[in-house]
Design a protein around this ligand. Structure first.
Ligand code: PEP
Length: 249
């Protein structure tokens, strides 16, 4: 059985005071089949890891560099994330692809480096609105999967997040049928490339304007194993009902 994952991406939000939200999340009763991941800004990772130690909440980075160390001002190496207490890293988020020009091959190299360090990667894929309107969604997703995921994927080192770019932070959500079509396609591509054993065990998350009000219906869609949540992960009062909806699904 695939494990469920509720992942929160705090993006460039949160200073010390935000750790109280993490304390509230980690104090809630855990569900044995549902993992919780919070990816705070890098400045909070060490303290966040201390807050969640001895709980079932994982801490992750929002990016790492493709190199293991060196002259890369402002960047973070995978080993540094591990050292700070992270177990996961988000890679290829559309904001990184857009703001930093990250291409599929960059994401793939970063993912291999992250795996070599022992991190679990949450690799993001998703189409823009114009790509969807041009009926290119599955071609785009297929290309991103093929280009961004290294060959050594397993059910333990990889999570895929389907995040339509036009749904991120906009309040717009695809129909359940649209989500289902893409998630079924991702599952099919994972099984075809990595074999059924691996392909069936990689969790596939949906991301894009997930809220307490729509979480239950999104989690009812086949091959949706959880969510990558931005805005609604910043407050425990918003994220906890999403976690609860996933646990109940
Ligand atoms: C995200 O950025 O990964 C995301 C899904 O954001 P939001 O939930 O705010 O749409």
């Amino acid at each position: 059985m695939r494990r469920k994952l509720a992942a929160g991406n705090w993006k460039m939000n949160g200073t010390s005071a935000a750790l109280a939200e993490l304390e509230a999340l980690s104090a809630a009763p855990a569900d044995a089949n549902t993992d919780i991941l919070i990816c705070p800004p890098a400045t909070l990772i060490t303290r966040a890891a201390q807050v969640v130690s001895d709980t079932s909440v994982y801490i992750g980075g929002q990016d790492c560099h493709a190199a293991t160390s060196g002259a890369h001002t402002g960047d973070i190496a995978a080993d540094m994330l591990i050292d700070a207490g992270a177990s996961h890293v988000i890679l290829g988020h559309s904001e990184r692809r857009e703001d930093h020009g990250e291409r599929n091959e960059d994401v793939r190299t970063k993912a291999q480096t992250a795996w070599d360090s022992g991190l679990v990667t949450v690799i993001c894929v998703g189409e823009t609105l114009s790509e969807r309107e041009a009926d290119n969604t599955l071609d785009i997703i297929g290309g991103q999967l093929a280009g961004s995921i290294p060959d050594a994927a397993t059910g333990e080192n990889l999570v895929v997040a389907y995040e339509p770019v036009w749904a991120i932070g906009t309040g717009k959500v695809p129909t359940l049928a649209q989500i289902g079509d893409v998630h079924d396609f991702i599952r099919m591509r994972l099984e075809r490339r990595f074999g059924e054993g691996v392909g069936r065990t990689v969790p596939v998350l949906y991301g894009g304007s997930v809220k307490p009000t729509n979480a239950t219906e999104i989690f009812s869609v086949s091959n949706v194993d959880g969510a990558l949540v931005g805005g609604a992960s910043l407050k425990a009062a918003d994220f906890q009902p999403i976690i609860d909806a996933l646990a109940a699904s």
